[in-house]
Design a protein around this ligand. Structure first.
Ligand code: NDP
Length: 280
């Protein structure tokens, strides 16, 4: 039995569709703010693998809640990994492009130097390091710009705004790969299988193709929804947020393809599907 931390999030919801036999733990069953309880859940349920799809994902709020974000994103994954190591089972864990500082124009490779700009990225990086330190068999899968028909994400925000606005100013100097949560869920399950078959793990990147700016992604969203919204590009400096965000979020996903045969998902067809569901 695969044990999944997270039940209601974007990726966790998609995992429920693609792995209906897995056991999903909601916040009330396993609160990541209590890492020992997460480890105890693994020890009690004795799964054959663990996927951690839960995280503190409120990037701006994290700036004023560093201790909580650190426990959820840093300490809890470490405790999960130790429990997995003790049971000899693999862990698939999700991480983020925000572990990088966003400099340059080239795609980040998994081994490139990290340099998070804010608390969220720092705590997610701490989680990665805690997992590696346990020596458990794992894949840390860094992804970016997750979207789906559930939870909160950029696509849903754009569609909501388009109900009351016919012109929007959207950041056009942050570039990244929008990644469908459904594709992430399927990749996590393939990674679990590969690890269970004895394949070596490590840190990998998985992001949608092609890279695009938020402005470009907004335009595609409105095109898919057939909504007439004028989208003007603005620099990040004109859209201040509590947390700084990386400008260059491009992730180089070639090692995931080479080692696991998992290619980058095309985000446009997935966007069409998600928008169709949302406006239905
Ligand atoms: P969501 O924000 O949609 O969901 C987060 C999940 O974590 C929810 O199920 C939430 O439960 C759960 N959670 C939060 N706090 C706790 C807690 N204290 N105890 C137990 N559960 C908790 O996340 P996504 O599906 O979008 O993200 C999945 C992964 O991908 C995360 O690791 C994230 O860091 C990473 N990622 C996400 C990106 C994005 O754009 N969203 C970009 C890059 C990486 P509840 O509903 O109860 O709050």
């Amino acid at each position: 039995m695969i044990l999944v931390f997270g039940k209601t999030g974007q990726v966790a919801t998609e995992l429920q569709t693609h792995a209906p036999k897995a056991r999903f733990l909601s916040r009330t069953e396993a609160d990541l703010s209590d890492p020992a309880a997460c480890a105890a859940a693994i020890e009690a349920l004795k799964p054959t693998a663990v996927i951690n799809a839960a995280a503190y994902t409120a990037v701006d709020a994290a700036e004023t809640e560093e201790r909580l974000a650190q426990v959820i994103n840093g300490n809890a994954p470490g405790a999960m990994a130790q429990a997995c190591a003790d049971l000899g089972i693999p862990l698939v864990h999700l991480s983020t492009d925000y572990v990088f500082d966003g400099s340059g124009q080239t795609s980040w490779k998994p081994g490139d130097p990290t340099g998070p700009l804010g608390v969220y990225g720092r705590t997610k990086l701490a989680g990665e390091e805690a997992i590696r330190a346990t020596g458990c068999r794992h894949v840390i899968l860094r992804t970016s710009w997750v979207f789906s028909a559930h939870g909160s994400n950029f696509v849903k925000t754009m569609l909501r705004l388009s109900e009351s606005r016919n012109a929007l100013s959207i950041v056009d100097d942050q570039i990244g790969g929008p990644t469908p949560a459904a594709a992430i869920a399927q990749s996590c399950l393939r990674l679990v299988e590969a690890l269970q078959d004895g394949q070596r793990g490590g840190t990998y990147h998985y992001a949608g193709s092609p890279a695009v700016s938020w402005k470009g992604f907004a335009r595609e969203t409105f095109a898919a929804a057939q909504r007439d919204v004028v989208v003007r590009g603005i620099p990040t400096s004109e859209y201040p947020t509590a947390a700084r965000r990386p400008l260059n979020s491009r992730l180089d996903c070639t090692s995931l393809q080479a080692d696991f045969g998992i290619g980058m998902p095309e985000w446009k067809p997935a966007l069409t599907e998600v928008v169709k569901k949302l406006i239905a």
